[in-house]
Ligand binder design. Structure first.
Ligand code: HEM
Length: 471
């Protein structure tokens, strides 16, 4: 295990001699082509074997060509440039950054834009906007898809809600929710006549899902009585196949209903503000700038959706990873409070909920990533999961080790100006959840074989659909 992590921003200067690391790229090489690998997160088979694919791609070079399934931004981009489509240009052929140093470099490079409209003429922008159904606009124009100065202005408005002090204030509430959910699981098992340690629980449905959803709903100020309906709308969207959104009338109707509901809620909070983020945003005034109605809607959407399924998957991935590694499991049980932080960071590194950025970035000027020349206009994504298993950065990266001293240097939350704003919240929830779960139920184990667990695909995230456990 490396004990002195290199500075993440420092470039390596000497080529590695370890043959397992693959050939180093010669200066100013073009990205490796052609696209032979399709990174299809809608395919559970792909996700299950993805780490082996990433390892092969890292060996090919720090930046390689791959092909993807389509998503919103890609559809809008295609609508903006019908001429490119007519010429047979593939909208789904992107560059993929495979290695850790280059991934960090790309995420910090301000010449690489997040706004999918970068480089479009005003006419193309109009065409792209017109092609985007109203119900998807809040997502496509959200914080995650914006560049400075709009990104800076909007991020500043919500950042104070995620400071260390804000997290300290949330701790008792999260602990109470965790305890309530586990009490409920115990009661349900007792009603079925089950006794410890043979009680059954579907971990995702009973615990991993409701915890982050309730936390983010409370934080935003979605009234408790409305939460089941809001969750149902969001679920329809999150469970839909990303390649079929346009024809999925149920998902689209759900998004529309969610939008109308939020507009009504904003009106209520405007009249009667409460102590929550929506009230705060409705009344926000930052450097004389109010959020316009579209920005407000986008912000609530992105906070709700991004704060939701990612954390659900972190909780599920952590439990499965721990239970699959008996030695690590024993270490954790010996000191849940002391090990919780390490377990969370190592889970994020080993099985982070986001394999790679789902929307490509646009290269605004020619850049060099490592030794690779990336031309202006390229579409590029960053392999977060691939970088987190880069043997140039993490010793023995395929091992799950909750005592790994540099696990926290993972980039599961991204890096740079778009680094996950909810990271402190996700970390806090997961630490409290794992510590409490294994302290209260030290006999907790999988009720089925680990190999039979299936990854979910709908939201294009890495996470298990169902995790039946005994406790
Ligand atoms: C384990 C849980 C989570 C993971 C793995 C995760 C991952 C990420 C990643 C990789 C990004 C960067 C995307 C990019 O660079 O394009 C991001 C951004 C973001 N995340 Fe998270 N996230 C998690 C939890 C949360 C939570 C709990 C919230 C809200 C409460 C949240 C809200 C956001 C927002 C608003 C952004 C956009 C930030 C910006 O563009 O400035 N995330 N997240």
């Amino acid at each position: 295990m490396a004990t002195t992590p290199p500075d993440v921003q420092k470039r390596e200067t000497t080529p590695h001699t370890d043959p397992s690391l693959g050939a180093e790229t010669a200066p100013n090489e073009a990205p490796v082509a052609p696209p032979t690998v399709k990174l299809d997160r809608a395919d559970p088979e792909f996700l299950a074997g993805a780490h082996a694919v990433y390892s092969g791609l890292r060996a090919q070079g720090p930046v390689v060509h791959v092909s993807f399934g389509t998503n919103f931004a890609e559809r809008a981009r295609a609508a903006a440039s019908p001429e490119r489509q007519a010429q047979g240009g593939s909208g789904n052929d992107w560059l993929f950054v495979t290695r850790y140093d280059e991934a960090v470099e790309a995420l910090l490079d301000e010449r690489i834009a997040s706004d999918f409209r970068t480089g479009m003429t005003p006419e193309q922008r109009e065409r792209a906007a017109a092609a985007m159904p109203e119900e998807f606009r809040p997502i496509i124009y959200s914080l995650i898809m914006l560049d400075p100065p709009d990104h800076t202005r909007l991020r500043k408005l919500v950042q104070p809600n995620f400071t260390a002090r804000a997290m300290d204030a949330l701790k008792p509430r999260i602990q109470r929710l965790v305890d309530e959910l586990l009490d409920k699981a115990e009661r349900a098992a007792a009603e079925r006549g089950e006794t410890a340690p043979e009680r059954r629980m579907e971990f995702v449905e009973t615990f991993a899902y409701p915890l982050p959803v309730q936390v983010i709903s409370d934080l935003l100020g979605i009234p408790v009585e409305d939460q089941p309906q809001v969750h149902a709308w969001a679920e329809r969207f999150l469970q839909a196949d990303p390649q079929q959104y346009m024809s999925n009338q149920e998902a689209r109707a759900g998004m529309m209903a969610f939008t109308r509901y939020l507009e009504g809620l904003f009106e209520r909070k405007r009249r009667e503000p409460t102590e929550d983020m929506i009230s705060q945003m409705v009344h926000a005034q930052e450097d004389g700038d109010r959020l316009d109605p579209q920005e407000l809607l986008s912000m609530v959407f992105i906070l709700f959706l991004a704060g939701h399924i990612t954390t659900v998957n972190l909780l599920g991935n952590g439990v499965v990873a721990l239970l699959r590694h008996p030695e690590q499991h024993a270490r954790f049980l010996a000191d849940p409070a002391g090990m919780a932080k390490g377990m969370v960071e190592e889970t994020l590194r080993y099985w982070g909920p986001v394999d790679f950025l789902g929307s490509p970035r646009t290269v605004k000027e020619d850049v060099e990533l490592g030794c690779v020349h990336v031309p202006k206009g390229s579409k590029l994504t960053v392999g977060l999961a691939s970088a987190n298993r880069d043997p140039r950065r993490f010793e023995n990266p395929e091992a799950y080790d909750i005592t790994r001293p540099d696990a926290h240097r993972h980039i599961a939350f991204g890096k740079g100006i778009h680094v996950c704003i909810g990271a402190p919240l996700a970390r806090l929830e997961a630490q409290i959840a794992f510590e409490t779960l294994f302290r209260r139920f030290p006999k907790l184990r999988l009720a089925v074989s680990a190999d039979s667990l299936r990854l979910g695909v709908g939201a294009a995230m890495r996470g298990f659909k169902n995790i039946p456990v005994l406790f």
